[in-house]
Design a protein around this ligand. Structure first.
Ligand code: SF4
Length: 276
């Protein structure tokens, strides 16, 4: 056995000798009364946590004010000179851009200037004139059918009530709301088209997909005297900025209020429940 210091072997337990006996320093703790005081102070300083409510009156007001700022003087983009022309243009605008409809209608109304002229047609005669707006067979039937009904039941004058307008072939609430709000200045409902559907959902003003429920949701939160203007503003917003694909969020005046999951640019946290 050699004399002198022997190299120390690792212990079987894995612990180094000498460490076992030493006491590790305990974390510094505050006396209990200090902890209580700190908690009390934190509670006083804490902000009240309120659940995010997209339909809170203050938020809805900000959305409406934002739309007023962005689109102060907008109106219906369909060219028309009478209630009847607006009925025709709105029927033709289904699944078609307003630009395309505005290319078709001037020639159409020159060829058939009155509702009686349309009522005297067979739908097939109208088809070539409106072919470029798409779905031209159904649209021809609707336009001629509406003209005949207006001539036979309403003395050749477009009716001014929702119930009467809904009796016209090819006229549903969307078209009726456009005609009543734009031509007759009657706020009977909110126009719900593809733009309004998309933007109302992005701004969390509705969770629904179908037009009647969306309209009910919007009518509940938008003041009645604003229904028509709101519809025009949202439709313009959908054309200019809040596009279906690739919305221009960096240029959008409503961006700070918007949590849509498909935003292309954001300065606000998008919460988990946000949907496109
Ligand atoms: S921020 Fe984007 S998604 Fe939201 S409303 Fe504006 S354009 Fe539409």
């Amino acid at each position: 056995m050699p004399r002198g210091n022997m190299p120390r072997q690792p212990s079987r337990s894995g612990r180094q000798e000498g460490v076992r006996g030493k006491k590790l320093p305990l974390p510094k703790t505050l006396p209990i009364r200090n902890l209580r005081a700190k908690a009390l102070q934190a509670g006083r300083n804490a902000r009240p946590t309120r659940a995010y409510n997209p339909l809170a009156p203050e938020r809805v007001r900000q959305v409406l004010e934002g739309l007023d700022r962005l689109y102060p003087d907008v109106t219906c983009a369909l060219t028309h000179r009478s209630a009847w022309e607006l009925v025709v243009a709105t029927i033709l605008s289904a699944q078609c851009t307003d630009v395309r409809v505005n290319m078709v209608t001037p020639g159409l109304f020159e060829k058939y200037p009155t509702v009686q002229d349309f009522a005297a047609l067979e739908p097939e005669q109208l088809e070539p004139d409106i072919r470029s707006t798409g779905f031209f067979r159904n649209k021809s039937k609707s336009v001629v059918g509406a003209a005949r009904k207006i001539v036979s039941d309403f003395g050749g004058v477009v009716p001014q009530t929702m119930d009467e307008l809904l009796t016209l072939p090819g006229v549903a609430r969307k078209t009726a709301n456009v005609v009543l709000g734009t031509w007759f200045q009657k706020n009977e409902g909110v126009v719900v088209d593809t733009h309004v559907t998309r933007i109302a959902r992005r701004l969390e003003l509705t969770r629904h997909d179908d037009a009647p429920k969306i309209e009910q949701d919007l009518m509940a939160i938008v003041p009645r005297d604003h229904w028509t203007q709101f519809s025009h503003q949202v439709i313009w917003h959908g054309r200019k900025l809040c596009l279906a694909r690739g919305p221009k969020c960096a240029d959008c005046g409503l961006e700070k209020l918007c949590h849509a999951a498909d935003k292309t640019w954001s300065t606000v946290e998008i919460h988990k429940a946000a949907k496109p």
